[in-house]
Design a protein around this ligand. Structure first.
Ligand SMILES: Nc1ncnc2c1ncn2[C@@H]1O[C@H](COP(=O)(O)OP(=O)(O)OP(=O)(O)O)[C@@H](O)[C@H]1O
Ligand SMILES: [Mg+2]
Length: 431
């Protein structure tokens, strides 16, 4: 190759590098590149097709390096001519250092350039800039090791998060179990107050009849002393009747206590034939007296409408009892609130209705409270949702009720009208 052609090559190559790394005027690039130049920058998305996109890339590069103190070191590493000497591949290693506000950074770049000699001049046909960083030497051409490391790190993080999630899930489960327990205790508390009231009644009878009988025996003795046998016998009959009454009321108290024990026992989950009407009636009265025991001012009209055709149906009576109690307690709460808000001529009303409806039975609990606002209606069955002031409700009542009804393959539905009231319907299959 003649010296002139070699000189021309060196000059063109130097200018090309000045275009790329220094400030040779961009608009003169066309003198040194073929029209259809193709090249790769150091980023995956830097692909050059034609002079215009080459110029755009340079412009962007220069805009971005404004204010940077740049210095470039070039080191030629490879030069190879094609057989006819009209094409050449050149490789340089280029170290670019940049400084900005005390931060220093350097880029180690490899530039591969292919040039062609036509019409007595050299022009760049192709170039490829690649970064020599990121790869861990010969053994890691594709950064595979780094990728593996990153995967390991990810796996470690996932395991860590999973463990964290497991722990908070366990905590949540424990907290929920505790809340469910306290919800049970709360409804037990409500019941106990009602039960105390219920027991009071037969106990009063028992005490009164016992006292009266005590006096009657004294009278009988007096009559006997006087020799009035007929009188004494008549008094003896009265005493016998009293003893029967005492026995009757004693049994009633006994039944109530048994019921209480049944409620406090955790559910056995055993279904048993149950008189739904009696169950609803019992829980309505218990809830009412329970509330009255806590708040003497509470009052509400109770309406019951029981379908006598129902008969006994198979269910876990304690659980369904709890559902009815929850619904009635909610109803009492809202009518009481409405009453306390001072609406004129408002009479709190809570009604419990049972109905046989084809293959189902329905238990309805309705109130004439203010209804459930639209925006909370789809949340009321969620655990812990409550609109009651803190400390007054756990928000588990309806969610537990829903679960219990679902366990009986039934349905719990709500209908509500703003300002007018709400009706909850428990639907249970007769099966
Ligand atoms: N009869 C009703 N009328 C109006 N709103 C109701 C009625 N029943 C339930 N709600 C609404 O649904 C919410 C959730 O009821 P739920 O029985 O699940 O919990 P709670 O009564 O707030 O608390 P808890 O039952 O634990 O005492 C209530 O806070 C209330 O906003
Ligand atoms: Mg409730």
């Amino acid at each position: 190759m003649n010296a002139e052609k070699k000189q021309l090559l060196d000059r063109t190559y130097t200018i090309f590098k000045q275009l790329c790394f220094y400030d040779y005027p961009i608009d003169r690039s066309k003198e040194y590149l073929i029209e259809k130049i193709m090249g790769y920058g150091t980023h995956v998305d830097e692909k050059i097709f034609g002079i215009q996109s080459f110029n755009d890339l340079l412009q962007l590069q220069r805009d971005q390096s404004v204010g940077l103190e740049m210095s470039v070191k070039e080191r030629p590493v490879f030069e190879s001519f094609m057989a006819n000497g009209d094409a050449v591949v050149l490789v340089d290693e280029i170290l670019i250092s940049m400084k900005t506000e005390g931060n220093e950074m350097s880029i180690n770049c490899r530039l591969t350039t292919v040039m062609e000699f036509t019409d007595e001049q050299w022009k760049v046909v192709h170039f490829h800039g690649s970064l020599a960083t990121g790869n861990e030497g010969d053994m890691d051409t594709w950064s595979v090791n780094e990728l593996k490391e990153r995967n390991k790190e990810l796996e470690r993080k996932v395991a860590e998060r999973t463990e964290e999630l497991r722990i908070s899930f366990e905590n949540l489960k424990a907290a929920q179990a505790q809340l469910i327990q306290s919800e049970k205790m709360a409804s037990l508390g409500e019941l106990t107050a009602g039960i105390a009231h219920e027991i009071q009644n037969p106990l009063n009878f028992v005490n009164n009849f016992a006292e009266v009988s005590h006096e009657l025996i004294d009278e009988m003795n007096e009559e006997l002393d006087k020799g009035e046998l007929e009188e004494a016998k008549a008094i003896g009959l009265d005493v016998k009747q009293n003893l029967e009454k005492i026995n009757h009321h004693g049994k009633r108290a006994d039944a109530i206590v048994k019921g209480m024990l049944q409620h406090s026992r955790t559910s056995t989950g055993q279904k048993e034939p149950t008189d739904i009407n009696a169950l609803a009636d019992e829980y309505l009265r218990l809830a009412y007296h329970g509330l009255r025991a806590k708040d003497k001012s509470f009052n509400a009209t109770l309406n019951t409408e029981f379908d006598e055709q129902i008969g006994e149906i198979n269910l876990v009576s304690q659980d369904i009892g709890r559902v009815i109690l929850n619904l009635i307690t909610n109803a009492f709460y809202v009518v009481d609130e409405k009453k306390k808000s001072g609406i004129e001529n408002y009479e709190p009303l809570v009604a419990v209705r049972t109905k046989k409806n084809g293959k189902n039975i329905e238990i309805e609990v309705s109130d004439n409270g203010n209804g459930i606002p639209e925006r909370v209606l789809d949340k009321i069955f969620q655990p812990f949702f409550t609109t009651k002031p803190t400390g007054q409700g756990t928000g588990l009542g309806l969610s537990l009720s829903y679960d219990i009804v679902k366990m009986h393959k039934g349905d719990l539905k709500v209908k509500t009208e703003k300002g007018k009231g709400t009706t909850f319907t428990i639907k249970l299959p007769l099966d």
